[in-house]
Design a protein around this ligand. Structure first.
Ligand SMILES: Cc1cc2nc3c(=O)[nH]c(=O)nc-3n(C[C@H](O)[C@H](O)[C@H](O)COP(=O)(O)O)c2cc1C
Length: 295
């Protein structure tokens, strides 16, 4: 396989990482129109009908391929998988837990599965469960991650050596240099999160985008959520949380995520980002970001 675009049916081997409430249909369609592989997110969805509506909305905006991310731990994920298979979505990503149950169902319905892993052991397990590719996500990435994760530079070549399925690199990729480095490490594509938040089409609030533009590479913090950890931008709220002056109780704060990410209230909740935020200096269109990356 030349690269992962062959598997996904898109022009470039660039997957837009799922990012909760900011992956609205317009944003996903813009990524796919620009030649990448747009992904809807289901992390905060409870109603399969909402996903069905989002899929229909993307289809109205583009005839290019797109997918969605399924969280394996979410008890609703099989219902979401059914919606995606019925809609003829070609490939999905799975993360946060064993993909086994979802792979069995999706493969039978002809949907390709790419599973996100943060270790060689989980890459092997994912391959054994029948996934079409793995996404090796290094610990510099934004958002939720496990404990004791290895960086992209360490993880990707080790996963490439350990499995036969194609490997996509995620974590810390923000421009053409990161993109080329991923391929030099043996990856067949990249998944990009943080860089896409600072795009014209992303509905993240300008306060979120400005925080990414202002942040240096040392300005993210990893917060402990007990079952996992999350890499976020260092804001005054995060400062208080790390000092123990504010409770880092994320399950109780989920309702306020939209308030922070889309509403721009950075006191309502944390704003996830990877260390590559240090490199982001301006808001660009998703097309500009993708074309610079693959040039
Ligand atoms: C705000 C935000 C939300 C995220 N939500 C999800 C999610 O719902 N599911 C998932 O598999 N990954 C999620 N991620 C991880 C991204 O999909 C992607 O793998 C990661 O951002 C890549 O690293 P980078 O941020 O260095 O580009 C999220 C990342 C961010 C920044």
């Amino acid at each position: 396989m030349k690269d992962i675009s062959e598997l996904l049916g898109c022009r470039y081997p660039v997957i837009q990482g799922a990012m909760g409430v900011i992956c609205n249909p317009e944003f996903v369609a813009a990524v796919s129109e620009a030649g990448g592989y747009g992904l809807l997110a289901t992390a905060f969805l409870t109603d399969p009908g909402k996903l069905e509506a989002q899929v229909a909305a993307v289809k109205k905006l583009t005839d290019k391929p797109f997918g969605a991310n399924l969280m394996a731990v979410n008890p609703k994920s099989l219902e979401f998988a059914e919606v995606l298979a019925d809609a003829g979505v070609g490939a999905v990503t799975t993360s946060a837990g064993s993909p086994k149950r979802l792979v069995a169902y999706l493969k039978e319905r002809g949907v390709k599965v790419l599973h996100v892993v943060a270790s060689v052991a989980n890459a092997r397990k994912a391959e054994a469960s029948g996934v079409d590719a793995v996404i090796a996500e290094g610990s510099e990435s934004g958002g939720v991650q496990g404990f004791n994760g290895a960086s992209t530079m360490v993880l990707v070549p080790m996963v490439v050596d350990a499995v036969k399925v194609p490997v996509v690199a995620a974590g810390g990729i923000g421009d053409s240099r990161g993109y080329r480095a991923a391929f030099a490490l043996g990856a067949k594509g990249v998944q990009v999160g943080t860089r896409f938040i600072a795009s014209k089409e992303c509905i993240a609030h300008q306060n979120y985008k400005n925080a990414l533009i202002r942040a240096e590479e040392t300005d993210t913090r990893v917060l402990n959520m007990e079952w996992a950890q999350v890499r976020v931008v260092h804001t005054p709220l995060v400062e208080r949380m790390t000092e123990g002056r504010d409770k880092a109780n994320f399950s109780a704060m989920e309702a306020s995520l939209e308030d922070a990410w889309v509403g721009g209230n950075l006191e309502a909740n944390t704003i996830p980002a990877g260390q590559i935020t240090g490199m982001i200096r301006e808001v660009l269109s998703v097309r500009e970001i993708i074309e610079e990356m693959v040039r």
